[in-house]
Design a protein around this ligand. Structure first.
Ligand code: UVW
Length: 317
């Protein structure tokens, strides 16, 4: 984090104290019963879209280069029985398969915990950064998991709006373009909705169109500006998702920072980032039906002190 960004963020909007000094949930507090019911009311067709990416492809999964890919291996399968490496269940008629997944919690489609990033020695809501030692003692993902992430999602399909398969490297999405896209889709983004921004980037990854390393990704997306931070604050956004690795334009010239939205939105406002979404099928369904809002449901795992959790979010249109 550059000094320049620290200076910029001094006057950026904050949600600290909004839900009390002990709050560890952050902006997901906005997802009240009313917000959940608004999500349920968006359901029209009953079509269900799973937004998680596959885990464990031999060719590799989309992820940040600071993390290793998921390793999935069998602890027990028929081969183990044949080789006498494991015993059958005595007089039982049944053998069984068991397997192990070794993965970074942010190594696939995931939600970041409010305590995932910090600066100036403080996490969301002012908790001391030393509370992250040995696992997040404050603002871990288990609190979000207990609450659930359920509300009205709205797809903002920037790639389709621009008429391209995917956005180019490092391309900026301006706030005004979000609104133009919403207008073209004929949908209103309401307060406390969950914006889901599509760039086509993950689809391009699977098509071999972009490299897997973040350094080389030069990702497209929103970036930090005062107006963007204000917009998230005023719209009371609880969470937002994209089909990129980092949910933002990586390398911002203005702030000289690679990931300026992370500290501005996660640490200052407690907003959940849902990254590495696979949005092609949802996008096609929305375009076909002409409706871009849906019930969004994402359940993180209850990993005690976890900095995030893999999720397979569901959109029900
Ligand atoms: C970082 O980029 C630091 O993490 P994530 O991709 O999970 O937001």
């Amino acid at each position: 984090m550059t000094e320049k960004l620290v200076d910029i963020l001094q006057n950026a909007p904050s949600n600290w104290g909004k839900w009390g000094d002990a709050d560890e949930l952050g902006a997901v507090n906005y997802l009240t019963n009313e917000a959940v019911l608004r999500g349920a009311q968006a359901v029209e067709t009953g079509d269900v879209y799973a937004l998680g990416t596959p885990i464990g492809r031999k060719a590799g999964d989309p992820k940040s280069p600071s993390r290793q890919g998921a390793q999935h291996f069998m602890a027990r399968d028929e081969g183990h029985y044949e080789a006498g490496k494991v015993e059958s269940a005595s007089d039982d008629y049944m053998n069984w398969a068991d397997d192990v997944l070794n993965t970074y919690l942010h190594g696939t489609t995931h939600i970041d915990a409010p305590g995932h990033v910090w600066y100036d020695g403080q996490l969301y809501n002012g908790f001391d950064a030393t509370t992250t030692k040995g696992g997040l003692d404050r603002c871990g993902i288990e609190h979000v998991a207990d609450h659930g992430v359920v509300g009205r999602g709205v797809l903002i399909d920037i790639a389709r709006h621009r008429g391209v398969d995917h956005l180019g490297r490092g391309e900026r999405i301006e706030l005004s373009e979000l609104q133009e896209c919403l207008d073209a889709e004929g949908v209103e983004l309401q307060k406390r909705d969950i914006p889901i921004i599509r760039t086509g980037w993950i689809e391009a990854f699977y098509d071999g169109g972009v490299p897997t390393e973040l350094e080389k990704l030069d990702e497209p997306g929103l970036t930090y500006t005062d107006a963007v931070a204000e917009w998230f604050h005023e719209m009371e956004i609880p969470a937002f998702g994209t089909d990129t690795i980092a949910n933002e334009q990586t390398n911002s010239e203005e702030t000289s920072s690679r990931l300026p939205l992370h500290p501005a939105l996660i640490r200052d406002q407690g907003i959940l980032f849902n990254e590495i979404l696979k949005l092609d099928e949802l996008a096609n369904g929305c375009a076909e039906n002409g409706t871009y809002s849906f019930l969004f449901v994402a359940s993180p795992l209850k990993i005690l002190g976890g900095t995030g959790s893999p999720v397979n979010p569901t959109a029900i249109t």
